[in-house]
Design a protein around this ligand. Structure first.
Ligand SMILES: [Zn+2]
Length: 414
């Protein structure tokens, strides 16, 4: 464990002791697990990690929490969400279950463009209220950091509105937010049949304006026959790189356009979905350190049958993360815990891979591994104390073990 030899106990503000600590840091022990351990906090940072028996004496001003064997993990990170939108697609679900085809649903005004219309019409305050409500649901599950994508605005004004809301969620709640510009989600109706012209608008107008306003932590696109081609994605990513903004990609969800290879070749933080990923794509991701973000919610909800090549990812040592992919159309799943369980039951991950997929590897997918994702000295004290004692339970069950205490940057949430 990452113990320091020079504990500055004078700076310590809190100590959690007698905990079962899953550091989620690379370690010979599964989960980085150790029983009867202690973690000391100095303000917003982790100052000391080690066996409770070696905990130095602390002054009267330090709050000491006796965890009585309970599990302490890093705060969970949902590294793929579409959290900001208006309306819902329940009626579309109803039609689908009654046997309607996608074409019929699209013709009756359903599909992603229904969400775009509702989102464009909603005010910033209405959308913020919806996003805050959803973010609070995630936080109650122990999520301390979330990625939020735009992508239901698809014009300059609306995309900026969604990104501002993402930022405001992070200001109004004790939740770290990574804002992603996903203007290249789908072609808006006013550009129907003119995807290249729409990419022009994104590259020349939307991206520069969003970057200028400081609203973009990464740039994403949907690379698929029903969305954007690899050539169009490359143009967008070239523009992002000129602005020094990292990229990520929805790739290989429904077919293999070699999007993951393209993204990895451009140093992408992550490639997401990946059901159709091939060996060349996985090898390229391994070379560039691009994280594979698996999204079992969409696989489940769309009734897909092709699973992402988990064995191949393991063999190539590609880090695997898991996201909820929360969105109204293909993954209306506001539970990262359920996504962890599905990653195990549907994709064959182990509970340890599932937990590391929402901590260490999720942090890496957001480019924030130096600050978050593991319990190690120097990192932000984003910590969750659970009413369970073994980390396997976090993936084995859902709707059960819940956080008893959540710390965000050293502050107790309550
Ligand atoms: Zn997505």
């Amino acid at each position: 464990m990452g113990r320091t030899d020079m504990p500055q106990t004078a700076d310590w503000t809190r100590v959690v002791t007698h905990a079962t600590v899953a550091t989620c840091a690379p370690s010979p022990a599964p989960y980085g697990l150790s029983e009867n351990s202690a973690v000391a906090l100095a303000g917003e940072r982790i100052a000391w990690v080690g066996p409770a028996t070696e905990l130095p004496a602390v002054g009267d001003g330090v709050e000491v929490i006796d965890a009585a064997g309970a599990l302490l993990t890093p705060g969970l990170i949902d590294c793929h969400t579409h959290l900001v939108f208006a309306g819902n697609r329940a009626q579309e679900f109803e039609l689908r279950q009654q046997g309607a085809s996608y074409e019929q649903i699209a013709r009756s005004g359903g599909g992603i463009l229904a969400t775009v219309t509702a989102t464009r019409e909603a005010s910033e305050e209405q959308l913020l209220a919806l996003a805050l409500q959803r973010a609070r649901v995630l936080m109650a599950e122990g999520i301390t950091c979330v990625e939020i994508k735009s992508g239901y605005g698809l014009d300059l004004e609306s995309e900026l509105k969604l990104l501002r809301i993402a930022r405001r969620v992070g200001l109004e709640l004790p939740l770290a937010v990574h804002a992603t510009l996903l203007a290249a989600h789908t072609c808006p109706p006013e550009f129907s049949g003119r995807a290249d012209d729409y990419i022009d608008l994104v590259v020349r107008t939307i991206l520069p304006a969003a970057a200028e306003a400081g609203l973009v932590d990464s740039v994403d696109a949907f690379c698929e026959r029903i969305a954007f081609s690899p050539t169009q994605v490359r143009r967008l990513f070239d523009a992002a790189r000129r602005l020094d903004i990292p990229v990520r990609l929805h790739a290989e969800q429904l077919s293999n356009l070699h999007g993951a290879e393209l993204a990895a070749g451009m140093g992408a933080l992550s490639a997401d979905h990946l059901e159709y990923l091939d060996e060349a794509g996985a090898a390229a991701m391994a070379r560039s350190g691009t994280v594979a973000v698996l999204l079992p919610g969409a696989f489940y909800y769309l009734g897909e049958t092709r699973r992402p090549p988990v064995e191949l990812l393991r063999r190539e040592c590609v880090p695997i993360a898991i996201g909820s992919d929360f969105n109204p159309g293909s993954s209306p799943l506001l539970s990262l815990r359920l996504a962890m369980n599905m990653a195990c039951t549907l994709f064959g991950l182990t509970p340890e891979e599932a937990l590391c997929g929402v901590t260490r590897n999720a942090a890496r997918a957001l480019g924030t591994l130096e600050e978050r994702g593991t319990i190690e000295v120097g990192k932000l004290a984003d910590l969750v104390l659970w009413d369970t004692s073994h980390p396997a339970e976090l993936a084995a069950e859902f709707g059960t073990a819940s956080p008893s205490r959540i710390y965000r940057a050293g502050q107790l949430l309550g």
